[in-house]
Design a protein around this ligand. Structure first.
Ligand code: SAH
Ligand code: SF4
Ligand code: F3S
Length: 438
């Protein structure tokens, strides 16, 4: 049996793709290798959201290229968002690559693998998805409790900084029947949480007809039997409909957790980013959700140092985190990306030092907000899905997640992993809560 190793550098969608790649290859005689060093076939699944992520892919594959000098039979493939962007430039730049395949070409893999084992060097990048019935293949899920289920892929928003519309293509949704079937299988296999994925998960169904919406999909999934949780990421602020909020409230399995990237707290910067809302509109959406759910967590993403961002405009981002009580935020310094509009505004670029300084200030604000948010839960009881255990000073410390996605540590027996338990929250730090098993 040949052994394949997939290294994944990107977001949840990227991780989900790797699980599908491994599953598909298992049908063609490939076993998963535990370490890259043990594999006959190496695949790097890349992310292009920032230059840093792309550079990581280039340097990693460079290391693999050296291994190939000692092992001529080793096959190396490069896929994911950097592949979709760089195309056959990659074959020229890295002469030891056997295969480059794009985000649209994952399900072409059986044919592509055959060709590289016949000695060909192949670049398979198309602008339209290569369509097969993907439900015929297994999925080798990396986690044993949470199952990622992609429901929509691609993006038509063209925010001026973002590469995703170029690497993932136009927005398209999977049929509800396929998603429900996949969820049913996962639940039967013992998964306790399903997370629906999409670059704009809340615009799910647009291409499929009027009644196909995220809200209705949640209602259908909620009817499946068994004790499990449902989450969905990532939401575009103005695509969160009242019906979606209603569905979250109605459906007991759907968790009170919303990831709604704001990107900037300043309305002029938001307009330059081509986001379809201003500061006030974003605030109104957050308020609407908070008014409905007591223990809800609302998280966000922010970019520091977008071209032309003034110090004052940056301060609006800090104040937005406070004003809207955002529980946690991912942060990044602006990174110019090929093909995107903002990358051409070089005269407005913010210098590296300022960007780094703003990012550090932003990160401090995020930490402060996290601690404040966590402290609100002291004294409350939360339902926790136990995920892992660790020995600490002779004690078994369990870690798990509340419905609102907060991480909670408490002592207990490792046999509780995979179970739902009630925990009383007794303490809070920046990155997690502490509690006592009830
Ligand atoms: N679809 C989601 C975001 C997907 S990309 C949305 O619309 O919010 C994930 C995050 O990466 C973005 O939220 C943004 O904060 C960050 N990001 C995207 N492009 C970037 C760039 N060029 N430089 C820095 N951060 C970027
Ligand atoms: Fe990128 Fe904007 Fe699409 Fe999100 S909505 S994936 S930030 S273009
Ligand atoms: Fe990165 Fe592509 Fe995801 S660019 S963030 S792996 S969609």
């Amino acid at each position: 049996m040949k052994k394949v190793f997939v290294e994944t550098l990107g977001c949840q969608m990227n991780k989900s793709d790797s699980e599908r790649i491994l599953g598909m290859l298992s049908h063609f005689g490939f076993d998963e290798a535990e370490r890259a060093e043990d594999a006959d076939f190496l695949i790097i699944n890349t992310c292009s959201i920032r230059q840093l992520s792309a550079d990581k892919a280039y340097s990693r594959v460079g290391v693999w290229g050296k291994w190939k000098q000692k092992n001529r039979n080793l096959k190396i493939a490069f896929c994911g968002c950097v592949a979709q962007q760089d195309k056959d430039r990659l074959l020229k730049r890295f002469p030891y690559l056997d295969l480059v395949f794009g985000t649209h070409n994952i399900y072409q893999l059986p044919e592509l693998v055959k060709r590289i084992y016949e000695g060909e060097r192949v670049c398979a990048i198309t602008q339209k998805p290569y369509i097969v019935d993907e439900t015929q293949y297994e999925i080798k899920r990396a986690d044993s409790l949470n199952a990622w289920i992609p429901i929509t892929e691609g993006c038509d928003n063209f925010c001026t900084y973002c590469i995703v519309p170029f690497t993932r293509g136009r927005e398209r949704s999977r049929e509800p029947e396929k998603i429900i079937k996949e969820a049913e299988i996962a639940i039967k296999q013992g998964f306790k949480e399903i997370t629906l994925l999409g670059q704009n998960v809340d615009s799910y169904g647009k291409t499929l007809g009027e009644n196909v919406t995220l809200a209705n999909l949640l209602r259908q999934l909620n009817k499946l039997e068994g004790k499990f949780r449902i989450r969905f990421v990532t939401s575009y602020p103005t695509d969160i409909s009242d019906d979606l909020i209603d569905a979250v409230e109605e459906c007991d399995k759907v968790c009170e957790y919303f990831h709604i990237p704001m990107q900037s707290g300043n309305s002029e910067v938001l307009a330059a980013m081509n986001r379809r809302y201003n500061r006030e509109q974003y605030g109104a959406i957050v308020k609407k959700i908070r008014d409905r759910f007591e223990d809800v967590t609302i998280t966000s993403d922010f970019i520091a140092g977008f071209p032309g961002e003034t110090e004052e405009q940056f301060l609006d981002t800090l104040s937005a985190i406070d004003e809207f009580g955002l529980d946690y935020s991912n942060t990044a310094a602006y990174s110019p990306r090929e093909f995107t509009k903002a990358a051409k505004w070089t005269d407005k670029f913010i210098d590296e030092d300022t960007k780094i300084k703003r990012l550090a200030t932003l990160n401090e604000k995020v930490k402060e907000a996290c601690l404040k948010s966590n402290k609100k839960f002291i004294g409350k009881t939360q339902e926790i899905l136990v995920e892992s255990s660790e020995e600490k000073d002779g004690q078994c410390i369990l870690a798990g997640r509340a419905r609102n996605n907060k991480i909670v540590h408490f002592s207990g027996d490792s046999s509780l992993i995979g179970q739902f338990v009630n925990v009383k929250i007794t303490g809070a730090s920046v990155w997690h809560l502490r509690g006592e098993l009830l």
